[in-house]
Design a protein around this ligand. Structure first.
Ligand code: CTP
Length: 153
């Protein structure tokens, strides 16, 4: 029988995306942000609270046959700012990038102000600027300072 080498928790994948260095405990939120649920088709491996040299503990998510695009990566940055996105092709890491929160987030977070125009029936996408104080709504000036995950669309 094939043995798993010590330290290798989940198998390497052939093609897809490995999200590494996720803040410990956030793997399931990363999946939620990506719209991956128990009823979607992706082949997934998830490791939580694994030992990491630099982070103490971290989570890892591997998604086979799917390459994440920039807009999805930006969403992950909100809850896992140290995550690295590895694109795997034919077993090789062909691209490795950190995540970064872009200046403006459109259609990613719902404004908590019910009166905000982005919450009406108008076809207006929410728009937030990332500032040192938090996420600043460009329509009504509400600032989200904590628990950003619960506002993600
Ligand atoms: N990986 C994988 N399948 C592959 C290749 C890599 O699942 N065919 C995973 C590795 O297990 C690791 C991540 O993709 O979690 C990044 O791989 P690699 O760059 O080889 O690892 P490290 O050098 O440890 O990454 P870093 O420098 O970002 O810590």
């Amino acid at each position: 029988m094939k043995q798993t080498p010590p330290g290798l928790l989940v198998s390497p994948i052939r093609d897809g995306t490995v999200i590494d260095h996720i803040t410990a405990g956030e793997a399931l939120n990363v999946l939620r942000i990506l719209g991956i649920t128990g009823t979607t088709e992706e082949c997934l491996s998830i490791a939580t609270n694994v030992a990491s040299k630099h982070m103490g503990k971290k989570d890892i998510v591997k998604i086979e046959k799917r390459e994440l695009v920039k807009e999805e990566v930006n969403r992950i940055a909100l809850i896992a700012p140290r995550a690295t996105i590895n694109i795997i092709r034919n077993y090789l890491v062909t691209e490795k990038k950190g995540v970064e929160i872009s200046g403006i987030l459109r259609g990613v977070v719902r404004c908590p102000n019910p009166g905000c125009i982005s919450n009406t029936s108008e076809p207006i996408e929410s728009s937030f600027e990332v500032t040192a104080a938090g996420l600043h709504c460009l329509y009504c000036d509400t600032v989200i300072t904590k628990d950003i995950t619960s506002h993600i669309i």
